[in-house]
Design a binder for this molecule. Sequence first.
Ligand SMILES: Cc1cc2nc3c(=O)[nH]c(=O)nc-3n(C[C@H](O)[C@H](O)[C@H](O)COP(=O)(O)OP(=O)(O)OC[C@H]3O[C@@H](n4cnc5c(N)ncnc54)[C@H](O)[C@@H]3O)c2cc1C
Length: 381
Amino acid sequence: MLKCLHMSYEADITIIGAGAVGLAIAAELARHRKDILVLEKNESFGRETSSRHSGVIHSGIYYPQGSLKAKLCVAGNRKLYRLCQRYGIGHDRLGKLIVAVSKDELPELESLYKKGVANGAESLRLISKREVNALEPYVSAIAALWSPDTGIIDSYALMQCYEVQAVSNGAQIAFKTKAVGTERVASGYKVAVEDESGTFSFASRVLINCAGLYSDKVAEMAGIDVDRAGYRLHYCKGEYFSVGGGMNRLVKRLIYPVPPESTGVGIHVTLDLDGRMKLGPDAYYVDEIDYTVDSRHKQTFYEAVKRFLPQLEPDDLEPDMAGIRPKLQAPGEDFRDFVIREESDKGLPGFINLIGIESPGITASPAIAEYVSGMVKELLG
Ligand SMILES: Cc1cc2nc3c(=O)[nH]c(=O)nc-3n(C[C@H](O)[C@H](O)[C@H](O)COP(=O)(O)OP(=O)(O)OC[C@H]3O[C@@H](n4cnc5c(N)ncnc54)[C@H](O)[C@@H]3O)c2cc1C
C-alpha cells in the first residue's frame, strides 16, 4: 500500500493495471513526467494475460492494413528488438514459417504475404517446398511464408525492464491495490481504490485504463455505456500442450498453419528460450476466467499439428497452461481492432481507454506506449 494514497494525494497520471501494456506506458511516460502512479490489484506485475501467452515477437502479418494492430505490431517489433539488445532481455529472432499443406491453402498464404508486406513487415518471403525442407527437414508442407523477423521473448524480463525504467524515473506502483470507482471532478478524476487497509480515494488529472480482461468493467465504472460504445469484452480461451519425447528437437523455428478461422492464428508450434516446445493456443469463447487445460482437447491439438509435423504422436503431448484473450469481437463477428482512445467526446476528458488488447499486445507494447504518450502530451502539454 502506498502511504501517499491516504493523504490528499494528487497524481498527474494514474494507470490502472500493471501488465505489459500498463508497465510499458508507465516506463515511457516516466521518462519525461512526474507523479505517475500504477494501480495493480495483484501482488506483483504481469500475473494475468501478460504471463499466459506464446511469447512471440510478431512481425505484423495478419492484421488489416491501417489498423492499430498492424501499425503498432510492426513498429513494436522493431522497438522490442532494440529494447532487448539494449537491456539484455532474453530473446531469439528465430523466424517463423506459415506452412501450406494442401493446394487449397495457397491463395490464403499468398494473401497473408500481401497483407504482411502492405503492413510493412518487409522481410517476408514466399518459399517453396524445397526451401521449407532445407530450413525444417521434419516439416511437411508444399509451400510456406517465411518471416525471419518473428522471434520469441522472455516477457517476464521485458516487464521487469519496464518496471525498473518506470520506478527509477520516479513512477510508483501500488500492488494489491484495486481501482473500484472513478468519478469525474474539476481537476480530473477521483479514483477510489481498495487495499488491505480499506477503501479510500485520491485525485488524478489523467486516468489510463490498462486493465486487460477487466478493461470493459473499468470503462463501465467511469460511466461509459460499454455496449453502446462497442467496448464489451468476450473472453476467448487459448490452451497449450507441451511436447516431450525429444520432439522439441524436430524444429528450430516457429511453425504456424494457414489460419483456419478468424478467432486465432491456428494451433501452432512455439518454442521458448530454453528450447521447450508447446502446441497452441486453440481458441474458444468462455464465460468465466478459468485457466485449467481440458485434457480431452489433446486429440484436436495432435490432429492440427500432425498435418505439418507428421512425426508427432499423441503420447508426446501433455496439458500445459492456458490464457484468456480479451476480445472485442463476439463469436462469429469480424475483425475488431485495439481500442486506444481518449474519451473527451464521451464527456470524459483525460480518460484513456485501452480495451481489447489481445495479441499482438506484447509485441506492440513499446509502440502502444509511445502512442499513448502522444495522447497524454495533447492533454497535459
Ligand atoms: C493465448 C494467448 C496468446 C498470446 N500470444 C501472444 C504472442 O505470442 N505475442 C504477443 O505479442 N501477444 C500475445 N498475446 C497477447 C498478450 O498476451 C496481451 O496482449 C498482453 O499481455 C496484454 O497486456 P495488458 O497489460 O493489456 O493486460 P494484462 O496482462 O491482463 O494486465 C492487466 C492488469 O490489470 C490489472 N487490473 C485489472 N483490473 C484492475 C483494477 N480494477 N485495479 C487494479 N488493477 C487491475 C490486472 O490484475 C492485470 O495485472 C497472447 C494472448 C493470449 C491470451
